[in-house]
Design a protein around this ligand. Structure first.
Ligand code: PGA
Length: 256
């Protein structure tokens, strides 16, 4: 089974609409037909989604857009929130859920991550479910147990057919934005454990088809060692996704 690699840029709270249009255009200008061998996804802030999508559609490049968050309710009195249908209408194909910044800074719980994951799947948007341990959990030797419990919680109540397009991103918190990357062996070990958990929940076939990404200071200098690991199917990229040149190198690393 060969899983199609994925390179997703998580722009976080960076880029105004004007800046996002420039960066999207820069990335689009680097696009090569070869990129069709990788699922390339840009996840800008909400307000940039439609402008970024417009640029990509105009250029007819096969690059998708994804959101960084969503609310699980379909509509109503939820000030400041965005629904699945709103994302779907503007052509969003993916949505990050449970990023560690949302969990630690905005109080997102496993239960909320599960509600968002379920709402996205029901609405036809593929969730990119983020999991990952803190340094304290790693130092206590509880990484796999912790991360696999997050995977189980995120997918609770779903079946194999429903999760078939879902993606998991393993992002050790201590590696995010710190310049400190997990070694390829550390990352592989946890990504393999994530896949084993998916197999336990939904069967071997589903597990073999599901993309498991690594995220946390992934950049052109360290991508090669990570991407060649058997259970790492791509990356969720923060800092290095904010420059077209480095993002291009990351996408192209998936092709070799
Ligand atoms: P980073 O962020 O690449 O800047 O470490 C990754 C992420 O948080 O998704």
């Amino acid at each position: 089974m060969t899983r199609k690699k994925m390179m997703a840029g998580n722009w976080k709270m960076n880029k105004t609409v004007a800046e996002a249009v420039v960066l999207t255009q820069d990335i689009s200008n680097q696009y090569d037909k070869e990129w069709e061998g990788v699922d390339v996804v840009l996840c800008p802030p909400f307000v940039d989604l439609k402008p970024a999508k417009t640029v990509l559609d105009f250029d007819k490049v096969k690059i998708s857009v994804g959101a960084q968050n969503v609310h699980w309710e379909p509509e109503g009195a939820f000030t400041g929130e965005i629904s699945v249908a709103m994302l779907k209408e503007i052509g969003c194909e993916y949505c990050i859920v449970g990023h560690s910044e949302r969990r630690t800074l905005f109080g997102e719980t496993d239960e909320m991550v599960n509600k968002k994951t379920r709402a996205l799947i029901a609405g036809g948007i593929a969730p990119i479910v983020c999991v990952g341990e803190s340094l304290a959990v790693r130092d206590a030797g509880e990484t796999e147990e912790y991360v696999c419990a997050q995977v189980r919680a995120a997918f609770a109540g779903l079946d194999a057919v429903e999760v078939k397009d879902a993606v998991v991103a393993y992002e050790p918190i201590w590696a995010i934005g710190t310049g400190r990357t997990a070694t390829p062996e550390q990352a592989q070990e946890v990504c393999a454990a994530v896949r084993a958990t998916v197999a336990e929940l939904f069967g071997e076939e589903t597990a073999q088809n599901m993309r498991v990404l690594y995220g946390g200071s992934m950049k052109p200098e360290n991508v090669e060692g990570l991407i060649c690991q058997p259970d790492i199917d791509g990356g969720l990229i923060g800092g290095a996704a904010l420059k077209a040149a480095s993002f291009r190198q990351l996408v192209e690393a998936c092709l070799s």
